[in-house]
Write a protein that binds this ligand. Structure first.
Ligand SMILES: Nc1ncnc2c1ncn2[C@@H]1O[C@H](COP(=O)(O)OP(=O)(O)OP(=O)(O)O)[C@@H](O)[C@H]1O
Length: 290
């Protein structure tokens, strides 16, 4: 099971939003990381056959994505904005989507029961869509994407707007589903990628800035991540000299995690980098390169 992307470009009018994107996505959970406008949605829509590349090639299990009909049989897609008729009940809405996907009645029944179990929405099946909580609506979105038993599930920022507990539940569901699938998900939360994915690609302004395993991603900023304890009045000074990743109140003082290419001029401890540190490190490099 593999998605192969080769020299992919996407242009909207004169704006190039994907630029020479090439990498492979193996089975398991794969995270696409990038800030707003990086090109994540444009990339995922191409893989889900909703939009077409301007140039380049994508194959899924050696099948060209231009075979839309065949590809759609093996790909499930959860777009960022997902909705159904608000007054439709959960079961009826899934049945309707199943009809659109041309699933025969008996298969539909069996699949709907299975996906409702998978996303833990069985007891909600007679509720109207509009009466579901935000997290339940997202779970419904996953259920509809799983209806045709896809080998590949593409989810665009599936956890945006969810509370931490619901986010954890979501990632548990994904890791369960990822055992025999490719799950490609996008987010701008580096910590989520670190916790859930085995590999990641970082997009910035349509270009791949990094592609590799989580361990490789962490290593990017090795030797550049420091911690220092400062007084609240010293924050601005530190920010002028270094890229601050985060600040945490520690009694009257502030614990500050920051990036530096050279040994810092303040009292410091060298830290083990996280995916978030490396993401900030990459963004800093991109910013400097512009
Ligand atoms: N249909 C479209 N027509 C014109 N420009 C578009 C279209 N879709 C996206 N864009 C532009 O392409 C660029 C990349 O957008 P995209 O939605 O792919 O990024 P993203 O990484 O998913 O961002 P976000 O996290 O905000 O969803 C942006 O500059 C956006 O304005």
């Amino acid at each position: 099971m593999e998605i192969r992307i080769e020299h992919l470009y996407k242009k909207y009018g004169g704006q190039e939003v994907l630029r020479d994107v090439s990498f492979k996505i193996p089975a398991g959970m794969y995270g696409l990381l990038g800030s707003n406008g990086a090109g994540k949605t444009s990339f995922m829509r191409i893989l889900a056959t909703i939009s077409e590349p301007t140039a380049g090639a994508v194959t899924i299990n050696d099948m060209d994505i231009r075979n839309k009909k065949e590809i759609r049989k093996i790909v499930g897609y959860l777009p960022q904005e997902f909705s159904v008729y608000p007054s439709m009940k959960v079961y009826a809405a899934l049945d309707y989507l199943g009809i659109l996907a041309e699933l025969p009645k008996a298969v539909r029944r069996q699949r709907i029961d299975t996906v409702l179990k998978q996303v833990n929405l069985e007891s909600e099946k007679n509720k109207k869509f509009k009466n579901l909580s935000g997290g339940m609506k997202r779970r419904f979105g996953i259920a509809q994407a799983l209806l045709n038993e896809p080998e590949i599930l593409i989810a665009d920022e599936p956890t945006a707007g969810l509370d931490p507990e619901e986010r954890i539940r979501f990632y548990n569901l994904f890791s369960e589903l990822a055992k025999d699938r490719i799950i490609l998900l996008s987010t701008h939360i580096a910590g989520d990628i670190e916790a859930a994915c085995s590999r990641t690609a970082v997009l910035d302004h349509g270009k791949v800035m990094f592609e590799g395993s989580i361990a490789e991603m962490r290593r990017l900023s090795e030797g550049n991540v420091y911690l220092t304890e400062i007084k609240p009045g010293e924050i601005n000074d530190l920010k002028k000299k270094y890229k601050v990743i985060h600040l945490q109140q520690n009694g009257p003082d502030i614990l500050c995690r920051f990036l530096s290419d050279t040994i810092p001029a303040v009292t410091h401890v060298l830290c083990e980098p996280t995916v978030e540190d490396s993401y900030m490190y990459l963004l800093k490099q991109c910013g400097e390169g512009e």
